[in-house]
Design a protein around this ligand. Structure first.
Ligand code: FMN
Length: 175
């Protein structure tokens, strides 16, 4: 059975992260199926699941939250990993501020995931992509004041490494 890599995105950067994870697993010999959460009808026919979402307002997008609600029972039966894509890890200037922002956002998201899916193997928050063009000026200003940056901060090596850890774990379990 293939590994499902499924995602919720608003502007496409989370889809590209999911596609990167899928291609990494595929190159490692796994059959994969990468699709948006609204195109997954059941997780039954998958050997493992990797579920990701863009972060808005320190939360997963609604489609991803709904997917987790609906599929929680099915997901408990198989190895499941989760990831988020947001701009908190792209804060620069002070490492202290960035670490706090990442810790705060990760904890907030992980609490919700754990409540719904206590068997989840891991959650990872990746830096995302945002040009800020649609963001209102006061929020742009606030973001810049805390060292926030605009641009594409996805770290493909970090994403590959995370996919490799999953591949190793699945192989050791004979998936
Ligand atoms: C309306 C809006 C709200 C956002 N809120 C957050 C947030 O609370 N925390 C964060 O880390 N990133 C936040 N971001 C940044 C996005 O998560 C980031 O740009 C991500 O790469 C978007 O993924 P997507 O291209 O798949 O939609 C926000 C972006 C937008 C447009």
């Amino acid at each position: 059975m293939p590994v499902l890599i499924t995602y919720a995105t608003c502007r496409g950067s989370t889809r590209e992260v999911a596609e990167r994870i899928a291609s990494r697993l595929h190159a490692d010999g796994f059959a994969v199926d990468c699709r948006s959460v609204d195109h997954v009808y059941s997780v039954e026919n998958y050997s493992a699941v990797i579920l990701g979402s863009a972060v808005h307002g320190q939360k997963w997008l609604l489609d991803a939250q709904k997917f987790l609600d609906i599929e929680a029972m099915g997901l408990q039966m198989k190895p499941t990993w989760t990831f988020s894509v947001g701009m908190a890890p792209a804060v620069t200037g002070s490492k202290w501020i960035r670490d706090r922002a990442v810790r705060h956002e990760s904890r907030h998201i992980e609490e919700i995931i754990m409540r719904k899916l206590p068997t989840v193997r891991d959650h990872h928050l990746f830096a995302g992509k945002d040009d800020g063009l649609d963001t209102p000026a006061p929020i742009r200003c606030l973001w810049s004041c805390v060292g926030g940056r605009w641009g594409d901060y996805r770290n493909w090596d970090e994403i590959d490494d995370w996919a490799d850890v999953i591949a190793k774990e699945l192989k050791s379990e004979g998936v």
